[in-house]
Design a protein around this ligand. Structure first.
Ligand SMILES: C[S@@+](CC[C@H](N)C(=O)[O-])C[C@H]1O[C@@H](n2cnc3c(N)ncnc32)[C@H](O)[C@@H]1O
Length: 211
């Protein structure tokens, strides 16, 4: 992955999908996400709108739409990821097609005039170079309605410390520095736990409330 992105820039993501170099793809929704959505620990909206940036095949977008029943927008910059996601929904969750909109879009260019009630980040934060992290936080803040939630499923954790990526090295403290007390407060902090089968690295789930 690092070679591909260094060589091809943004288009590297499409090449990764084309060549099937997708080590993050668990083939199923993340169990920690499913658990928190079903736990009743937080009053997630069941009538509003959810966003999944860097959605890949959209397993998690399907989980959000089906568990909460919210209109879910799943976006990815890679046209091939979007095509794969549309196929995935059509073949495995056709009843969810009305609830899910899958679009090729750059997260940083998303329209801010229609904010979301829930945003979910799994391996999108770590897909971005370190210098884009403040812009990631600013965009998350702009896209979130007051009292909405941002679920950060922090992964992969415990990688060797290096500036090379993706995935770009991250620790829970990196999310804290950008969000905690800066328009967001921690509503739930769980883990670290071993990942869903299919991903090798530990992960940690933190839910943030937009204040
Ligand atoms: C590590 S993958 C994670 C995919 C997905 N979350 C999953 O778990 O399968 C990161 C994804 O982010 C997408 N991506 C990278 N930069 C993006 C951007 N600026 N806007 C939207 N998607 C982007 C890539 O195309 C890639 O599919």
């Amino acid at each position: 992955m690092p070679d591909l992105i260094a060589r091809e820039g943004e288009d590297g993501w499409d090449v990764a999908w084309e060549k099937d170099i997708t080590p993050w793809d668990a083939g199923a929704p993340q169990q920690s996400l499913v658990n928190v959505l079903k736990s009743g620990k937080l009053p997630f909206s069941t009538t509003g709108r959810a966003l999944v940036p860097g959605c890949g095949r959209a397993y998690d977008a399907v989980a959000i739409a089906s568990i909460l029943g919210v209109q879910t927008t799943a976006i990815d910059i890679s046209p091939l990821a979007v095509e794969n996601a549309k196929k995935f929904v059509k073949t495995t969750a056709p009843d969810m097609e009305e609830k899910i909109t899958i679009k090729q879009e750059d997260f940083f260019k998303l329209d801010e005039t229609q904010p979301f009630d829930l945003i979910y980040d799994y391996t999108f934060f770590v897909a971005l170079p370190h210098e884009l992290r403040p812009a990631w936080a600013a965009k998350m803040t702009a896209l979130a309605r007051p009292n909405s939630y941002l679920i950060t499923l922090m992964a992969p954790l415990g990688l060797p410390k290096t500036d090379i990526g993706p995935p770009y090295y991250s620790e829970p403290a990196h999310y804290d520095e950008l969000l905690d007390g800066k328009g967001w407060e921690k509503a739930l902090d769980e883990g670290p736990v071993n990942s869903t089968e299919g991903s090798r690295w530990p992960q940690k789930l933190v839910v943030w409330k937009r204040v």
